[in-house]
Design a protein around this ligand. Structure first.
Ligand code: SF4
Length: 399
């Protein structure tokens, strides 16, 4: 069937009369008076002999807030329609739980499997803030469902960049995690209008080293293809497709790592070609990620005893905040205040092993009865009420 004949026009769900109600619901679900108070008081807060230092920027970014607004508004604009959401709206379990409670049902984002068969033209489908790969959009348009798109504008900027690379015959080197929703969506755009574009997803500096070695003629073809299996465009040929490369990033990567990677690839091209004519770069880390990382570096100038980072364990930007903080101070990555089991133990996420482990809160225990300086930050998808609960839990246990 012709997609144009089935495609439904997009509807603006953020109408003034709807948003008034949505704002009230969002305040009720996620806001915190305490956090607003701390922000206006210079981000420092004393409770008993515990001193809390909050980062200058933390918690919900504009893109996340917009996505949540749109999802809540869709529920009000289509009260009698079935509403589906592809994957998570953002990476925070509490927000996703609230949406489920509102009757918004989940569809898998990893593949267009048979669960999509139950979606009918009368249904509404919400696209999450990270976007979805183009085959999902095509399939939904073809079904004629009402699409409500919450894709963040910063993610779309990356798509524009990789589409341009594809149009110019340049291979996109995407600094990101191949299995992350956003990178998967970006990779599909890197194939370009005709599906012939090339891309390679590079996750870390070890991947970058292997890529650079290959560019400089020192790589092993089989080992290269094995290493990047599932992380490159179909039929990717490193001997043919690394001639002209352009870098783009998942919006939530660690800025310093991205800069290092960019330099490594540029140096490799210069070493191979004698100049950087075949190298293109466009920093696509979003402002919110950057601001939260900068604010954390600033926060870490304080003489903190311990740091708590609050956010979803699958949140990329939160994970990078944890990686920055733990270089400076003992750091615990928690999803909510409930992870703080007692004054001695925290069930925290280990970003290296990617599992929750029970850890002893040594800096807290060592300072029992004495003053304690606690740093707090949270990822771009973390609601303020979860940060408040964390502060109150720590203060309560230290009474
Ligand atoms: S973290 Fe950045 S890319 Fe993600 S929703 Fe927020 S502003 Fe958009």
């Amino acid at each position: 069937m012709n997609q144009d004949s089935t495609r439904k026009a997009r509807v603006n769900v953020r109408r003034a009369e709807v948003m008034e109600q949505v704002e009230k619901e969002i305040q009720q679900h996620y806001q915190s008076e305490l956090i607003s108070h701390i922000r206006s008081a210079g981000n420092v807060y004393n409770l008993g002999h515990t001193e809390f230092f909050l980062a200058r920027e933390f918690g919900f970014c504009n893109g996340v807030r917009r996505a949540i607004d749109i999802a809540y508004a869709a529920r009000r604009v289509f009260p009698d329609r079935r509403i589906f959401l592809i994957g998570d709206i953002i990476h925070n379990p509490e927000v996703n739980r609230q949406l489920e409670e509102m009757g918004i049902r989940k569809l898998p984002w990893k593949q267009l499997d048979s669960s999509y068969d139950r979606v009918a033209p009368d249904d509404v489908v919400i696209i999450p803030a990270f976007g979805v790969p183009t085959p999902f959009m095509d399939a939904l348009e073809e079904k004629g469902v009402q699409i409500v798109d919450t894709t963040c504008g910063d993610v779309m900027k990356v798509w524009k960049r990789v589409k341009n690379y594809a149009a110019m015959g340049i291979t996109s080197i995407i600094h990101g995690k191949a299995t992350h929703e956003e990178t998967s969506a970006t990779a599909s755009r890197a194939l370009g209008e005709r599906g012939r574009g090339k891309y390679l997803v590079v996750y870390d500096l070890e991947d970058a080293r292997i890529l650079c070695d290959y560019i400089m003629g020192r790589g092993d073809r089989e080992a290269f293809l094995k290493r990047f299996e599932g992380c490159c465009s179909p039929g990717f040929d490193p001997d043919r497709d690394l001639e002209e490369v352009g870098i783009a990033n998942q919006t939530t990567m660690l800025k310093t790592e991205t800069q290092t990677l960019q330099k490594m690839v540029k140096d490799a091209i210069v070493q191979r070609d004698g100049d950087d004519d075949n190298f293109y770069v466009f920093d696509t880390i979003c402002g919110a990620t950057q601001d939260r990382q900068d604010a954390l570096y600033e926060l870490l100038k304080n003489p903190l005893d311990v740091m708590f980072v609050v956010g979803g364990y699958n949140s990329s930007n939160t994970t990078h905040l944890v990686d920055i903080a733990r270089e400076h101070v003992p750091t615990y990555f928690i999803e909510s205040a409930e992870c703080i089991k007692s004054i001695q133990y925290v069930d925290a996420f280990d970003t290296k092993t990617r599992e929750v482990r029970r850890m002893t809160t040594e800096p807290v225990v060592q300072n029992l009865g004495k003053s304690l300086k606690v740093g707090i930050t949270a990822g771009a998808s973390c609601p303020a009420n979860l940060i408040e609960a964390t502060i109150l839990r720590i203060a309560d246990l230290r009474k």
